[in-house]
Design a protein around this ligand. Sequence first.
Ligand SMILES: CC(C)(COP(=O)(O)OP(=O)(O)OC[C@H]1O[C@@H](n2cnc3c(N)ncnc32)[C@H](O)[C@@H]1OP(=O)(O)O)[C@@H](O)C(=O)NCCC(=O)NCCS
Length: 331
Amino acid sequence: MVKHPKPLVEIAGTGRYLPERVLTNEDLEKMVETSDQWIRDRTGIRERRIARDDEGAADMAERAARAAMAKAGVEPGEIDILILATATPDRWLPSTACDLQALLGAGNAMAFDLAAACSGWLYGLTMAEGYLVAGRGEIALVVGTEKMSSIVNWEDRATCILFGDGAGAAVLRRATGERGILSSHHKSDGTLGNLLYRPAGGAVIPMSPEVLEKRDHLMKMSGREVFKNAVRSMADAADQALQQAGLTGDDIDLLIPHQANMRIINATAKYTGIPMEKVYVNVDRYGNMSSAAIPVALDEAQEEGLVGPGSLILLVAFGAGFTWSGMTIRL
Ligand SMILES: CC(C)(COP(=O)(O)OP(=O)(O)OC[C@H]1O[C@@H](n2cnc3c(N)ncnc32)[C@H](O)[C@@H]1OP(=O)(O)O)[C@@H](O)C(=O)NCCC(=O)NCCS
């Protein structure tokens, strides 16, 4: 039997938004007992962006989405599928995706939130790909948007130094040529959920004065365990995505790993055999923006001319859940 090639879905345009306010390591030295040197040595982060109080995940998403749509030449009314990946929704009901839909005026779309933490944007690309290949629509918008500053415990020096706010987006459509998503691999392990989590504030332990007092509605993390799992899982994700596409690290023009920590990025690059000149890094400027990290990096990399039409890129993510993803794309 003739094996039919996988139908391709391509990225028609990307966009990003970073809040103006910069929080440097020196600023953090005044907030918790830490030092610029410690933060740079352990994470590679120098500064991160912090959204305004009145700026939410949907507002940031709108800015990134409009930039992506402008590059793709797509109007809001043309979007059929709107997927918004976030760990920091503006409110529990309705979804932030529906808020974004209203802000954009994307009245013809189905819109929903996707919760897969830092891997969320890559999960979203694969979901959009599935809808488009199945003929359920022509145009998809996939956004990763995070106001991490709203769930960070600013008194916990082990976590507050790591995260930042921002949004990234891509418009997807069925490809007519050779460009598009070549392979993807996604996994989760819910048994490790409590290594990176928010203990309360949901339906089981709702918000209460006690929860607020104990700061149990904010993020808690077992840093070393998360670190070990991130390195292992990102290696697995890279392997699987490359194998599925019949590629090796040598074929890749640019590796865009999740931007959590410079040491995790170095380990992923080393494992895949991709030299650091071919690895995109912006964690120094933005910290960990969870689901927004990879789309922001992809948008910047294109703007900087590091990749363009035809380039082969490998995207690798890891996040709370745990969740992890690998994907290869011919841009
Ligand atoms: C958080 C992380 C940077 C900590 O680095 P580490 O080398 O594992 O450090 P440890 O947690 O073992 O802490 C070492 C010491 O530094 C201290 N420390 C923690 N944060 C500090 C800070 N901001 N400044 C100074 N000292 C700090 C700890 O209290 C500890 O002190 P002790 O030895 O006296 O107990 C690292 O574990 C990490 O990056 N983990 C992955 C986090 C991540 O990427 N999460 C998101 C995944 S999507």
